[in-house]
Design a protein around this ligand. Structure first.
Ligand code: NAP
Length: 489
């Protein structure tokens, strides 16, 4: 299938190892599908453990020269890459929509967001300051410097094919690390296009390596990364189950591991809130990317006094969301990524209905079939239902009713996850009380969108360890070295 790209050379179907765009050592290739049509978009190499080792060796060979560049020189290269990504944003958005399914407007937004990490880390690269510590003895002087951790690896999911990669790579390159990236098997073409642009920006061969795989070869690639003592840091974004498995394997080589895992975000609307604002925030926090984001609102808690009004306004808005292929105009909700995702959402809704939930609103699918799921609002839900504890990862909004503040804090925290959380209130004292009481890594107050390159992104509890973005994101790729200088007369 041919995509309409302004720059056709951005459609790469070979992996990137060192200076080579190459096939897998086995010669095997794997198909990539458009989730809206289930048509094959193309194929990429199905790489294995041996190919991954090659990529790690290339990253190791490139490390010494890369980390020896001045921070300013690496900053210039990141800035050049940022510019090329920005210039190619329409083509990159086309690739994202084709392989991930999200509406073009969202894909364009993702490219802007993804590129912003390159710009931010181009700036942060030059600010990796160390410390001077007051000495414990008169003849000593103590310093702390920050050094690149070495070769790093990234394993990324399909829901943000560009942003999940650049969020990691931007920080790693700024710190002076080289990298092996394994993009999700569903979305390798965006990753490979980013690789082409990195080369054009002047990033030296071997600094960025992209190993493509299939669902069948992912485990092999992951194991090769985890067991390699050359790879000193692993950054993973994906499900909690996979994150635990990778962390267990990586422990055998004592790597630094950062995990950006699943969520179960609460979205609380208090009776003093601006209801129209809360509805607008709910649409953004729930239905973006068809509900397939880790920071998606998973459970809505609405205070009794405004419960009916909020539902009436939310259902009216949800019925207006146009569902369709992401490359059609005015589409707000695209398909789910694949049949497995569709079946999971269907099963969670069936469980809720079986246990007494009521469908308050359901979007119109028209003649659409396949992986399209209608935007849905459920009421009469309770905490015994599966969707109260599992990530829905689909366009389904379950609404719980609550009476008072202490109850809703307890309900919101009644989950193993702790990534994002949202609430709407016009009471400033309450805003502080709730923000401090909710167990999560990120809080949106009176907004349904909180991600930015300048702030730390990450979770607590089973939602992960480590932070990406902001000045903290750089630390995942650095090591501290303490220097003690003695003999000062
Ligand atoms: P997933 O099944 O955990 O997979 C994520 C990626 O990791 C995929 O490319 C997968 O490849 C790969 N992978 C999984 N186990 C691996 C292993 N042992 N070795 C090598 N690769 C491995 O998650 P998903 O369903 O694709 O993505 C959705 C999940 O990601 C949700 O839970 C969501 O909340 C989370 N997420 C979190 C963040 C965050 O920043 N916290 C951001 C986005 C998404 P295969 O598909 O081939 O197994």
């Amino acid at each position: 299938m041919s995509l309409k790209l302004n720059d056709k050379t951005l459609f790469q179907s070979k992996a990137l190892i060192g200076a080579r765009m190459c096939e897998s050592s086995s010669g095997s290739r794997v198909e990539v599908f458009d989730p809206a049509t289930s048509q094959v978009l193309g194929t990429v190499p199905e790489m294995n453990s041996r190919d991954t080792q090659d990529a790690i060796s290339e990253a190791e060979s490139a490390l010494s020269a890369w980390r020896s560049l001045t921070a300013a020189a690496r900053s210039d290269l990141l800035r050049a890459w940022f510019q090329l990504v920005t210039d190619a944003s329409e083509d990159l958005a086309t690739l994202i929509t084709a392989e991930c399914g999200k509406p073009m407007a969202e894909s364009r937004g993702e490219v802007t967001y993804a590129a912003s990490f390159l710009k931010w880390y181009a700036e942060e690269a030059t600010r990796a300051y160390g410390d001077i510590i007051p000495p414990h003895q008169p003849d000593k002087r103590l310093f702390v410097i920050k050094q690149s951790i070495g070769v790093a690896a990234a394993i990324t999911p399909w829901n943000f094919p560009a942003a999940m990669i650049l969020r990691k790579v931007g920080a790693a390159f700024a710190a002076g690390c080289t990298m092996v990236v394994k993009p999700a098997p569903q979305t390798p073409f965006t990753a490979l296009a980013l690789g082409v642009l990195a080369g054009r920006a002047g990033i030296p061969a071997g600094v960025l390596n992209i190993v493509t795989g299939s669902i069948d070869s992912s485990l092999e690639i992951g194991t090769a990364i985890c067991k390699s003592s050359t790879v000193r840091a692993l950054s993973f974004t994906g499900s909690t189950k996979a994150g635990i498995s990778l962390a267990e394997q990586a422990a055998s080589t004592v790597k630094k591991v950062s995990l950006e895992l699943g969520g179960n975000a609460s979205f609380i609307v208090f009776d003093d809130a601006d209801i129209e604002g809360a509805v607008e925030g709910a649409l953004a926090a729930k239905f973006r990317n068809s509900g397939q984001t880790c920071v998606c609102a998973n459970r809505f808690f609405v205070q009794a006094k405004i419960h009916d009004e909020f539902i009436q306004k939310l259902t009216a808005a949800v019925k207006c969301l146009r569902v369709g292929p992401g490359n059609e105009t005015d589409v707000a909700v695209g398909p789910l990524i694949d049949n497995r995702a569709y079946e999971k959402v269907k099963a969670l809704v069936a469980d809720a209905i079986h246990n007494g939930a009521k469908i308050e609103a359901e979007g119109d699918l028209g003649a659409l079939g396949g992986h399209f799921y209608p935007p849905t609002v459920l009421t009469s839900v309770n905490s015994g239902m599966r969707l109260a504890h599992e990530e829905i990862f689909g366009p389904v909004a379950p609404i719980f009713k609550f009476d008072d503040e202490s109850d809703v804090v307890r309900l919101a925290n009644d989950t193993d996850f702790g990534l994002a959380s949202y609430f709407y209130s016009d009471d400033i004292s309450r805003c502080f009380r709730i923000a401090e009481a909710i167990e999560c890594g990120m809080i949106g107050i009176n907004t349904g969108m909180l991600s930015t390159a300048t702030a730390p992104f990450g979770g607590v509890k089973s939602s992960g360890v480590g932070r990406e973005g902001g000045r903290y994101g750089l630390e995942e790729y650095q090591e501290l070295k303490y220097i003690c200088l003695g003999g000062i007369a």
